[in-house]
Write a protein that binds this ligand. Structure first.
Ligand SMILES: [Zn+2]
Length: 227
C-alpha cells in the first residue's frame, strides 16, 4: 500500500526543514540535539524532526509524519519528544504552517528569569513580534506543557517563551517561523543587555500609538493591542 501523502511534498518539506536546522545550528541555537521543527504536510498531517538528532546534520528522509488529530505516527521513527506542543499549535491555529521549538541562548536566559518579556522598547520588535506570552513552566514533553502552550495562543501570537525552558515560534511558512525565532533571540539579547546597563528608554504612549497604527494600516499585521 502506498503512503497516504505526497512523497514529493514530503521530500521538499523535509529538505527545507534540514536547511532550517542548519541555519539554527550555525547561529548557535541548538546545543547537542536541542530543538525541533515541524511543518504542515496537508490538512491532517505534519512533518516533524526525529528526536535525539543534531539539527545541523539531518537527512530529509529521516523526517517523521504524524497525524494532527491524534498524534499517531504515520511514517518514520521516534518523532520529537516535544511533538505534543507542535500538535497543540496546529490544532488551535488553522493558519499555522510551521512551528519551531528551540533553546536559543539569549531567549532561554530570559525565559529562565520567569518574567514576561517587556514590550515598548524597539519598533521592529513591536511590528514583527508584538507581545510575547510567557507560558508557565511544565515538564518538557508532557501534555500539560502542550495544553499551556495552546492556552497562550491568540490569533496574533507569533512567538512564545516557555518559562525555564526556551522558545516556540510559528508562522505561515518555515521561513517565517525561523525569522521570528531569529528576531526573538535578537530582541532578548537587546533586553538583557539593557537590563545589565540599568537604563532603558521606553517608547512613549504617543510613539506606541503611531507604531501600532502603522502595524495595522500599512503592514496589515494583527496585534492583540489593536482589538
Ligand atoms: Zn525543549
Amino acid at each position: 500500500m502506498g503512503l497516504p501523502f505526497s512523497i514529493d511534498l514530503y521530500d521538499t518539506l523535509g529538505a527545507e526543514i534540514c536547511r532550517v536546522g542548519e541555519r539554527m545550528s550555525r547561529q548557535g541555537f541548538c546545543a547537542g540535539s536541542d530543538g525541533n521543527i515541524s511543518a504542515r504536510l496537508d490538512d491532517d498531517l505534519i512533518l516533524i524532526t526525529p528526536g535525539g538528532v543534531s539539527k545541523g546534520h539531518m537527512r530529509a528522509d529521516s523526517m517523521c509524519v504524524i497525524r494532527v488529530a491524534d498524534g499517531e505516527l504515520i511514517h518514520g521513527r521516534s518523532p520529537s519528544s516535544e511533538r505534543a506542543v507542535h500538535l497543540a499549535v496546529y490544532r488551535t491555529r488553522d493558519d499555522v504552517e510551521a512551528v519551531i521549538h528551540s533553546h536559543a541562548p539569549k531567549a532561554t536566559v530570559w525565559a529562565c528569569t520567569g518574567e514576561t518579556l517587556p514590550v515598548g522598547i524597539h519598533p521592529e520588535a513591536e511590528l514583527m513580534l508584538g507581545r510575547i506570552p510567557l507560558v508557565p513552566y511544565a515538564t518538557p514533553g508532557t501534555d500539560r506543557l502542550a495544553r499551556l502552550v495552546a492556552d497562550a495562543l491568540t490569533p496574533s501570537t507569533a512567538a512564545r517563551l516557555l518559562a525555564s525552558h526556551g522558545t516556540a515560534t510559528l508562522g505561515d511558512s518555515l521561513e517565517s517561523a525561523l525569522a521570528r525565532l531569529e528576531m526573538l533571540e535578537a530582541y532578548c539579547r537587546l533586553v538583557i543587555e539593557l537590563t545589565l546597563l540599568g537604563r532603558i528608554r521606553r517608547l512613549s504612549e504617543s510613539e506606541m500609538v503611531e507604531l501600532l497604527a502603522l502595524k495595522r494600516d500599512v503592514w496589515n499585521l494583527p496585534d492583540d493591542r489593536l482589538q
